[in-house]
Each structure stands twice: as C-alpha cells, then as structure tokens.
Design a protein around this ligand. Sequence first.
Ligand code: ADP
Ligand code: MG
Length: 256
Amino acid sequence: MLSVSGLTTSFLRERQWIPVVCDVSFDIASRETVAIVGESGSGKSVTALSIMRLIPKENGRVEGSVRLAGRDLLTLPEASMKDVRGNEIAMIFQEPMTSLNPVLTIGFQIAEALIQHRGLSRAAAEVETICLLDRVRIPAAKSRFHEHPHRFSGGMRQRVMIAMALACKPRLLIADEPTTALDVTIQAQILELLKELQQEEEMSILFITHDMGVVAEIADRTVVMYGGQAVETDATARIFASPSHPYTRSLLAAVP
Ligand code: ADP
Ligand code: MG
C-alpha cells in the first residue's frame, strides 16, 4: 500500500547538506501496523514528515521515492499532495494541542474537517462528529461537542485527535509518539483504541515510538532506526526472538 524506497532527507547546515535520514526503505501492507522504533534524534519524525512532504524546502531536501497506491508522493504536484494529506494519510502527534485550535470547540473543529474533506453539509457533519467522538470512546460525546480543547485531559485530547484523523477516512494513519506524553494506563487505552479502530476501519498504521514495550503491543512489523538508518526490518515477533543488529539487542536488553 505504501512503499518507501531509498528515502534520504538532508538539511542544510553551514552551507553543507547533512543527511539525517539515509537510504531508508520499508513497505506497509494494507491493514498492517508497522512501527518505527529508535532513540531520540534517530530520524523517526523526519521520516514521517518526509512521507507527508512536510520538510521545509528552504533548508531540507528529500530524495528516493514514497509510493502510495502506485503514485510517487515525492513528485506529486503540491495541490494533489494536499488532497493526499486531507483524504488518504492522516497524522497524529505526541502533543495534540499543537494541532487543535484552542479557541474553537472540538465539535466545531471535527465538523469542519468533515465539511472540508468529505463534503458533508454542516448538519450531517455535526451528526457524524458525534458518531466519531463515540467511536473513539469519549464518554458523553454529545454533551462534550461544545467544549474547548483545554477542558479535555491529555488522553481525551489524543482521542479527539484520533477522531479528527478518522474524519478523512485515511488509508494510512501516521502516529508519531502519540502515547509518549501519557500515563501508562492511559497509554494502554489509546493503544487498545488504535488496534480496534484499525480492524474496523481497514486502515494501515505507521506507529513511531522509542518504546519497545509499545512496539510489542501494537506492531506487526518493525523498522529499527539508528543514526538515520534503518538497521533492521522484520516481523516484530522475529525481532524480539532473534534481533540481528547490536543496537536492536541493546534496545531489547532495556525492556523490563
Ligand atoms: P526523532 O527520531 O527523535 O524523531 P528527528 O527525526 O526529529 O528525530 O530528528 C533527526 C535529526 O534531524 C536530528 O538531529 C534533528 O536535529 C534533525 N532535524 C530535524 N528537523 C530538522 C530541521 N527542520 N532542520 C534541521 N535539522 C533537523
Ligand atoms: Mg520524533
């Protein structure tokens, strides 16, 4: 479904192009969850932003190919890429507040996404918004429609972001450390929710984390990144059973 090949992203530093993601390749099948795991600074977020073509052109350069259902996203005109971001790939981040507008109610923001991306009328979008809030298990969804983001806890805000991501019925959800800022119990609930939704919605997930415990919980296959390179890619069970790269072994040694 998504095929990343030879992805290399460099940034301009003191008039030199320094690669921070080097020749990374992996595939994601339809309905599959692939994890990218690696320490801070290993190039996980840059990989995600490169796929979404959100690397600033002024000081960033992305090479290789990112094929989504046959088209190379890296050479798509910007207008078509906007459609891909609105309709085919959704992204959620560690801190939901960065993508929620603090002065608008969450119901309004999700309804807007439905109107823009799915062409629903305002009335239909409001009904669908409540369905989406229900789907991500926000209690008393109907009464929370008119509340502002600051009234929601961290875990609930992440649920709102997932509802917003589902609004465009994506084939791929990229989740960049969505549970890192949450308490362990809340983290487990969000992982459960994502697993359920993936079955129901028939979407693929690219899940970025630094936590091997989370990888074991959610991923069918895993890409281990170290220093900008994909040092190991395999079925998650195989990586846990017989890691081939020393860095993967050190990651596993740290799992309690
Ligand atoms: P992580 O694995 O923690 O998500 P990142 O992908 O965010 O790591 O970063 C990888 C490297 O790229 C880091 O050294 C970071 O400083 C650098 N980097 C990320 N974004 C930019 C940018 N916009 N300009 C220059 N360097 C960047
Ligand atoms: Mg990151």
